[in-house]
Design a protein around this ligand. Structure first.
Ligand code: HT7
Ligand code: ZN
Length: 880
């Protein structure tokens, strides 16, 4: 496979004005007929170069140019392209191809999932359906007719509005759909199946009624209401927050069981991984309910940020993904608790995106080159991309940012554009020069901010010295300074925010302010500072950077209790816990009985005693940093020592805080028993705290608590409490109780694949001895299938991402297991193989022993035979 470069971008030679598709769906094949109304790109000269259409895994049956069949001499077909010579500026091309959706295990193009036909075209799947100019800057008007057996496939869907339908004598029927909006092929979709739907309506801000339909397999019809409510909420929110109205008369969502990602924003016909749409109290956790809400919103928001205004080329992927993730996080923050949402997002970003940015696959938010675009649906494009938009929002302020978004949508409606166009709109409305800011799009790596300070009581001046740098990343050295918005406050000894007046300013700002750090080294001098302050820095994580400021542990305790920024209170607790765990990691090499800094127990005790503390915040404060995050803090981490230290600290906290935790748990559990399940923020917070306390309490191996846990597992009316109790049992030494609970769970939910995914993950992630044996056994379970990505993620993904002691076993058995599965998967589904391998690609983060073991497996995969382009690219980059 060769590198595709942004610098090689050229306008398309030809355009496709109209696309008329006919699908004839059969059990052992499908015929796809395409009539393309084309023309030479009017932006280019009138000479007619060869027309090179994309096409893969297609059997060409027929080809006509302007109504004349082409002879074999008049076109060439390779495994990637169909090439022919147009003779007129405007022309019509007809092709018929034969494909085999039932044998498509890659889940890209047209494939079958649980008996239904469905498509996935982003990024380059359309070329596996028909010959086409499969690039996002070729936008066309689509008409689609689907023929299929009426009994097995009563529902036939595509983008836009249905305009005709009929029945044939042979038991087959057909429907024609017309999409009035021009779109690139990646937004095309077809669905055919025996589906039921939940219906509702939404009246838009201009008074138009839109039909809303969620299509699912009949047995899931009772799990759609949460998604439907989420859809109506996000449609209203997008009108109120961004002034964006829905534009078709019908909006459809379809749930499919086999899907490589979460969902897909096809115009008017979103296709979802069923795990991201189905949710009801008995089968989905609170986290799953929130995931459904945010993914429904994300895909819906794409209708403007992605569909109406799309990407010129795939290097601009973050234009739609970063902006849309930003929009969905704003929505979720508004629907739930904004501080908790920010904490969750930042934890995820720092653990996973920072790791990507520090590893061999590091790339800028707008990459300069790629081999396989599917590998670039990354945390950098999505999450860091969203952080970049968030920084713009912070620098411009809410009102100006909204003006910029309005201008962007107005200027570029119906166009395929670039990240520069987005920034240009923001520049126009703000009058700011964002040239330096744009380095966030072109420079990879996580910047470091080192902050020191000094206070002069005599002159009442306080100086913050800020230094920024950014480590080298593959192919990039000597980075230029970024624009970093540093949200900050100065706290008095009583925890009050001091006025903020920089030298040269005539008035002081109250509360907090945002400093724009733009230089490699920069000082900010505050005047009229009446006492030695404690700085509260990078509030609400105002930039995706690693910040160092030398807080003492007592400072961290103070900030955890008194900072006026909720996010920074949590952050202080995380840094304190991290230091305490790191102490223990060091001691564990010398002794089995390390000494733990008592301040953590003291401050947790105080927090538990604080009656007025929001349970959602208390739950966040009591969670220790994840093992993944701690590993990221080391140059060369010893994963087993880190796991052991984190376990040790958790156990110490559990024993020391057992009494207050028990009192609180009992009270919360009582309320849960008395309150019917509702997936709303306050109840979610209560259950989260309750389950967290149960997990701590179960660490004390107390039989009375075991009874409570078994009881919670048995009587809960919802999956949030049931699954948490199951996880506690499975991770405990009470193996009989755990086995019994697993058996009962499987008996009850064996027919529900999404619930069984949770049953698989809990076991695959269990940090108990013989974890690998258990996982190998799970692969033999009748509900497991290596062809289903959700199952792969639930078993192989959970094991390698969450089961530190077993995955990183000293003998390398965990790594060998993952390598075997990657090889097996690559032959079936390269996208999933290239994703699931990622824990091995982070080898440089570990100590030499683990590095060596990981490298052995990476090399074994590389030499295992013919690899997909997806896996090849990842291995090439990981093994340099
Ligand atoms: N825009 C969608 C991307 C997507 C995707 C990409 C590669 C392979 C399979 C895929 N399924 C969906 C999802 C989104 O960000 O909304
Ligand atoms: Zn998206």
């Amino acid at each position: 496979p060769k590198m595709i470069k942004l610098s090689a971008y050229r306008l398309p030679d030809y355009l496709i004005e109209e696309t008329h598709l006919t699908f004839e769906l059969h059990e052992s094949y499908a015929l796809v007929h395409a009539r393309l109304v084309m023309q030479r790109n009017p932006s280019l000269d009138t000479h007619l170069p060869p027309l090179v259409l994309d096409g893969q895994k297609l059997e060409l049956i027929d080809i006509n140019l302007n109504g004349e069949r082409l002879s074999a001499m008049e076109y060439t077909v390779t495994d990637k392209h169909l090439t022919l010579q147009p003779t007129t500026i405007e022309f019509e091309l007809d092709t018929t191809v034969r494909i085999e959706p039932q044998n498509n295990t890659e889940l890209e193009g047209l494939y079958k999932s649980s008996g239904m036909f469905c498509t996935q075209c982003e990024a380059e799947g359309f070329r596996k359906i028909t010959y086409y100019l499969d690039r996002p800057d070729v936008m066309s008007r689509f008409t689609t007719t689907i023929f299929a057996d009426k009994q097995n496939y009563p529902i036939l869907l595509s983008n836009g509005n249905p305009i005709a339908q009929g029945e044939d004598d042979d038991g087959r029927h057909w429907v024609t759909w017309e999409d009035p909006f021009k779109k690139p092929a990646y937004l095309f979709a077809v669905v055919a199946g025996d589906l039921w739907c939940v219906e509702d309506t939404f009246t838009t801000m201009s008074g138009r009624e839109v039909a809303l339909r969620i299509y699912v397999e009949p047995e899931n019809i009772d799990k759609c209401q949460h998604a439907m409510n989420s859809l109506k909420k996000c449609m209203r929110w997008d009108e109120e927050k961004y002034g964006r109205e829905y534009d078709l008369d019908i909006f459809m969502v379809v749930a499919v069981n086999d899907f490589n990602m979460g969902a897909m924003e096809n115009k008017g016909l979103n296709i979802f991984n069923s795990s991201c749409v189905l949710a009801k109290a008995e089968t989905a956790t609170d986290a799953a309910h929130q995931r459904v809400e945010s993914i429904v919103a994300h895909e819906y928001f794409h209708n403007w940020s992605g569909n109406r205004v799309t990407c010129r080329d795939w290097f601009q992927l973050s234009l739609k993904e970063g902006f849309t993730v930003f929009r969905d996080t704003q929505f979720s923050a508004d629907m739930n608790s904004d501080v908790v949402k920010r904490i969750e997002d930042v934890s995820y970003l720092r653990t996973h995106q920072f790791a990507e940015d520090a590893g061999p696959m590091a790339h800028p938010v707008r990459p300069a080159e790629y081999m396989e675009i599917s590998n670039f649906y990354t945390l950098t494009i999505y999450e860091k991309g969203a952080e970049v938009v968030r920084m713009l929002h912070t620098l411009l302020g809410e009102a100006v940012f909204r003006q910029g978004a309005d201008l962007y949508f107005e200027r570029h409606d119906g166009q395929a554009v670039t990240c520069d166009d987005f920034i240009a709109a923001m520049e126009t409305v703000s009058g700011m020069d964002l040239t330096q800011f744009k380095l966030w799009y072109s420079q990879a790596g996580t910047p470091r901010l080192v902050i020191t300070d000094s206070y002069d009581a005599a002159t009442q001046t306080y100086c913050l010295q800020v230094k920024q740098s950014c480590p080298d990343t593959p192919d990039q050295t000597d980075k230029k300074p970024f624009v970093i918005p540093l949200r900050m406050a100065l706290l008095s000894q009583q925890g009050q925010s001091l006025p903020l007046q920089l030298q040269g300013e005539s008035i002081a700002m109250k509360g907090e302010r945002v400093l724009a750090v733009t230089e490699a080294e920069q000082s900010f001098i505050f005047q009229k500072v009446t006492e030695q302050p404690l700085p509260s820095l990078l509030r609400s994580f105002s930039a995706p950077v690693i910040m160092e400021y030398n807080y003492s542990r007592d400072d961290l305790v103070f900030l955890l209790q008194h900072d006026t920024d909720g996010f920074n209170r949590w952050e202080a607790g995380q840094q304190l816990s991290l230091q305490v765990i790191e102490d223990v990691v060091g001691q564990l090499y010398e002794t089995d009985e390390p000494m733990m800094d008592s301040r953590l127990v003291e401050v947790f005790t105080a927090l538990l005693a604080q009656d007025d503390l929001d349970p959602a915040m208390l739950a966040e404060f009591l969670s220790l940093p994840s093992t993944g995050y701690i590993i990221e803090q080391y140059e060369q981490a010893d994963p087993l020592a880190i796991h052991q230290a984190r376990e040790y600290v958790s156990n110490q906290l559990a024993y020391a805080l057992k009494e207050p935790m028990r009192v609180r748990y009992d009270a919360l559990r009582k309320t849960s028993l008395e309150t019917p399940y509702v997936a709303q923020a306050s109840d979610i917070a209560r259950r989260r705290l309750q389950n967290m306390l149960l997990a701590y309490l179960m660490r004390t191996n107390d039989l009375d608590i075991l009874d409570e846990c078994v009881d919670q597992f048995g009587v809960a009316d919802n999956m949030t409490e049931r699954l948490a109790a199951l996880a506690c049992l499975v991770n405990s030494p009470f193996t009989d109780e755990a086995q019994e609970a697993l058996k009962r769970f499987a008996e009850r939910f064996s027919e529900d694949p999404i619930v069984m995914d949770q049953w698989f993950s809990v076991q695959a992630a269990a940090v108990v001895p013989s974890g690998l044996e258990r996982v190998t056994h799970l692969l033999e379970h009748p509900a497991f299938s290596i062809k289903n990505p959700n199952k792969v993620r639930a078993v192989i993904g959970a094991f390698s991402m969450q089961n530190t002691p077993n995955f990183h076993a000293e003998d390398g058995s965990g790594y060998a297991f993952l390598a075997d599965k990657v090889i097996e998967l690559d032959a079936l589904n390269p996208q999933i193989a290239a994703r699931i391998i990622s824990p091995l690609t982070r080898w440089q983060r570990y100590d030499l022993h683990h590095q060596e073991l990981m490298l052995v497996q990476l090399k074994r995969i590389k030499n295992s035979g013919e690899l997909s382009a997806d896996l090849f690219e990842v291995l090439e980059k990981s093994l340099v």
